[in-house]
Design a protein around this ligand. Structure first.
Ligand code: DGJ
Length: 706
């Protein structure tokens, strides 16, 4: 092999304004470009070899599809594995390339016969330029192969100098943090056996100061609901990449001869126009899936913050009547309905209706909910077990643990070892029976603890546990195709595109505090479209923070998601019932636009203000929220530009406002706030409008129609 002339073929995938250019020869696959599409051809790749550093290998290489030490990559290897210490440094050779006729997808097979491995890589550049890729590693050797890591990585150019990722905690998920993209490695690892409250649903690199509507951005998401790591790595020779990989416990993944491991999908998007472009790529791709929910997203009510464990037929039937009266369409009975479940200390594992609380079963409630014209939903937490349960008493071996020491408790519960066939069948049969015997339309599938220290008979088992959970949901869905499922995990600790392959909605957070929700939903919706992000109007004083907010502020906050109510609304004053009905009607009136349109967010100079909303796909209408998150340093906001409108259209702009505090607004506000105004999209996007002063933790809705 002549190392200076190795780049022989280019292969280019194009779709949705993006291009991915690969350079392929029989010795390796390199990624020449991932980003904006361009017209014209690609010069001779032999002339595009990067400069070779003075003190370096005699080989020049681009960023490989699977970066390897054998090709001179000095960063973290894409594939790490061995056979008792041997075959640790693979040198894969390309043996097959199969490109789709429309040049949007390719499958590449690389093998290393000496190391006894074969890697099949699949890359698909989908609509809206969303790229997804995965590797499949087969052990073609004669002995077991221990896989330590198989990463999916994509290069970013040197001008991507800033990183953005998300962190968080219970009731405060998906908070952004920024770091410079320095030399070295910035990694966000999750070893919780679930996606994690602090997991980064988006991991992005961009040009300096990239924001919602400006800057170039390259971003990735890993579609996996268990241990994983997202990383950015820059090495001194100029190469930099973003990567995602599943994380394994030591020795967890051993491939017997002839067996294989498939990575999760890595999803990746590029935008020349800031984060809103990344959002458009993810939303567009998700909405194009056949399984994406397309029916109007029903207004729900959830019993948790309404009654907690104090369930009985009379109370919940009354709540159902009150809910139907304000326009609710789905009634969800949360935790507390099953055997022995009077507190959070018992019952998990015993998925039968508790006769002490429900002497006639759930049917009387389900019937009255259906008679009121609502769907019926039920909470379950199938992956867990309380020691105080019939299941644990009969089968203590179903409690997952690392062995020989016992696992530690979390919310008084253990993990049910779903890699144990009998345990898996127990849960499957119980849920299947529940869904067969009761007219249930919806499951809220919860998961309330980390799976740190997760093991099966002395070996790490988070990987096989996750596959068993996916299979459990998949098989239940096959058996009960009409049932929708929500992914919940102590709030928003399981929000990822792996679980969303088999669920219809995520519960974004356990906090219903509207102020907290502004940030949580903004950053959940950076990847997930509003129609699959659950948001509830909670009680006036938040149960998680003690803050009190007006109903209007709580309502506007929930409007830009899949709206529900989580509040005991049985004895509300007349005025509150009326306002709640108004908010529910507002949601119903606009949901088809809110759930199909383009999410836009303004880049405001004032960090205490936020302006965001949805513009219909043809730009003919829009609904935006203008929110005061805190008091401002400025006395007035001045002119604020409205993003995302069609320049050539003329809009009529009105304010929808719903609470008494807005009277103050009317007195001091610019005239258009009460009279409305007509202006072109070009004017509104370039000059903007003088905006009103808002008290903190208040919001107005701005409606634009052309
Ligand atoms: C955690 C969830 O996030 C809550 O909404 C509620 O369902 C509780 N679990 C019930 O235990």
């Amino acid at each position: 092999l002549d190392e200076t002339e190795y780049l022989v073929t280019t292969l280019r995938l194009r779709n949705g304004g993006c291009s991915l250019v690969l350079a392929i020869d029989d010795s390796r696959v390199s990624i020449l470009h991932w980003g904006a599409d361009f017209t014209g051809g690609i010069p001779d790749v032999g002339d595009l070899a990067p400069a070779r550093a003075i003190s370096s290998h005699d080989v020049v290489v681009q960023c490989e599809l699977l970066p390897s030490a054998s090709a001179g990559w000095t960063g973290t290897p894409g594939l790490q594995g061995h056979r008792s210490g041997r075959d640790f440094s693979p040198r894969l050779r390309v043996t097959d390339v199969d490109e789709s006729a429309d040049a949007t997808a390719v499958t590449i097979v690389c093998t290393d016969d000496d190391a006894g491995i074969a890697v099949t890589s699949r890359l698909e550049l989908g609509v809206h330029g969303l790229l997804r890729m995965r590797h499949d590693l087969a052990n073609t050797g004669q002995t077991p192969y221990q896989l330590d890591s198989l990463a999916l990585s994509l290069p970013v150019p040197p001008r991507a100098t800033e990183l953005l990722d998300l962190t968080g905690r219970w009731a405060r998920e998906r908070q952004p943090q920024r770091t410079p993209f320095n030399f070295g490695r910035w990694a966000r690892g999750e070893r919780r056996g679930r996606t994690g409250h602090d997991s980064s649903v988006l991991f992005a690199a961009g040009t300096p100061g990239f924001a919602s509507r400006t800057g170039e951005v390259w971003a990735v998401h890993l579609g996996w609901s268990s241990n994983h790591e997202l990383a950015a790595e820059r090495v001194p020779d100029g190469r930099a990449l973003l990567s995602g990989a599943e994380l394994f416990a030591p020795g967890e993944l051993v491939l017997e001869p002839g067996s294989a491991y498939a990575t999760p999908w890595l999803y990746a998007a590029y935008s020349a126009d800031g984060l809103d472009g990344i959002t458009a790529a993810f939303h567009g791709w998700l909405r194009a899936r056949p399984e994406h929910p397309r029916t109007p997203r029903p207004v729900g009510i959830n019993t948790w913050e309404a009654v907690y464990f104090d369930q009985d037929l009379e109370t919940l039937a009354e709540l159902a009547v009150a809910a139907a009266a304000v326009g609710v369409e789905r009634f969800v009975v949360d935790d507390g309905w099953f055997l022995g479940r009077r507190t959070d200390q018992a019952g998990l594992g015993d998925w039968t209706v508790d006769p002490d609380v429900w002497p006639n079963g759930l049917t009387p409630l389900i019937d009255s909910v259906h008679e009121l014209g609502m769907e019926f939903g039920l909470w379950v937490e199938p992956e867990m077990i309380n020691t105080v349960s019939n299941a644990a008493r009969a089968h203590p071996e179903w409690i997952a643990g690392p062995g020989p020491h016992d696992p530690i408790l979390w919310r008084h519960q253990h993990v049910l070892d779903l890699t144990d066939d009998a345990a898996w069948r127990h849960v499957y049969s119980a849920l299947d029976a529940l869904l067969s015997k009761n007219a249930i339309d919806y499951l809220k599938w919860d998961h309330n603890r980390d799976l740190a220290d997760m093991g099966h008979r002395g070996r790490g088992s988070a990987h096989s546990q996750m596959l068993a959970v996916y299979r459990l949901i998949d098989e239940l869905r096959r058996a009960h195709p009409g049932v929708e499922i929500e992914s919940c995990s102590s709030g928003g600790a399981r929000v990822d595109l792996g679980i969303l392959e088999r669920t219809d909605r995520v519960w974004a957070s356990d906090t219903n505090d509207a102020l907290e929700r502004q940030t949580i939903q903004r950053w959940t919706e950076v990847v997930l479209p509003p129609e699959i992000v659950g948001a509830h109007i909670g009680p006036p004083t938040s149960h998680t923070t003690g803050r009190t907010h007006s109903l209007w502020f709580r309502g506007i906050t929930a409007l830009f998601a899949h709206l529900g109510i989580e509040w005991d609304i049985r004895n509300l004053p007349e005025s509150e019932t009326r306002e709640l009905s108004t908010l529910v009607s507002l949601y119903k009136e606009h949901r088809s636009m809110l759930h199909t349109g383009t999410l836009v967010r303004a880049d405001l100079a004032d960090p205490t203000r936020s302006l965001y909303g949805v513009v219909s796909p043809d730009g003919s209408e829009a609904l935006l929220a203008y929110v005061a998150l805190a008091t401002s340093a400025a006395e007035t906001p001045g002119f604020v530009r409205i993003p995302g409108l069609v320049a050539e259209r003329d809009y009529s702009v009105t304010v929808i406002s719903g609470e008494e505090a807005d009277v103050y607004l009317e007195a001091a506000a610019p005239p258009w706030v009460s009279s409305g105004i007509a202006a072109s999209g070009a004017f509104l996007g370039t000059v903007g409008l003088p905006f009103p002063i808002l008290n903190p933790e208040k919001a107005i809705l701005i409606r634009l129609v052309s």
